[in-house]
Design a protein around this ligand. Sequence first.
Ligand code: SF4
Length: 226
Amino acid sequence: MASEKIRLSGKEVYELLSNVISVSSDDFAPLFAKKLNAGPFSVLVSIILTQNTTERNALKAFKNLFGATKLNPQQVLSLRVEELSKMIRVAGLSMQKASAILRLSSYVIEKGEEHLLSEDPAKLRDKLISIPGIGEKTADVFLSLYRKYPVFPVDTHIRRISIRWGLVDKKSSYKEISSALINFFDPSISDKAHRLMIAFGRTYCRSKDPRCWECPLRKVCPHAQT
Ligand code: SF4
């Protein structure tokens, strides 16, 4: 564990970041998908589309697929992998993502879409990550956003910021970072804190040239560069 930790509570950090950053559904494809109210399957698909790409491209791919299928699992599964891949090409890794989406469609058709809402969240997590192309982060974004389950998804922004805040160290595993953040932020705000941290990582606490001089946390962050 890093020796020096950020000198504020999670709630205080959350409030300071909320003062300078706003998160809209156009910034996060899964939030956009959830607002469409097209069901949990559509939200999971949107999360798969965000893997290793920008939200903007994921959103374009999601809109293409939604326009063609309304994200009805039966309609999605009727597509050939090449057809599906073409529709989501803008999001990159399109054959890989198309295969994952088709596998997920089969799973949802077999179990019923309601299963994504009613299954015990821990068991659902295990089942989802057993589907090739769905990893821990994808499952956790869904469980946090849609099921309000206390998990904290970890991507490169979240990892980098957690290390800079001294909550974890460079060797920490996904699970260790996720647990540290759930403990740092109250579970009641962890889902919103997750998106806020990502937006913060894109704008202030960037990988290169973090904007420490105007960061609201500069006086309490152990990694602040002056
Ligand atoms: S002070 Fe710098 S390193 Fe610390 S959180 Fe702000 S931008 Fe990131």
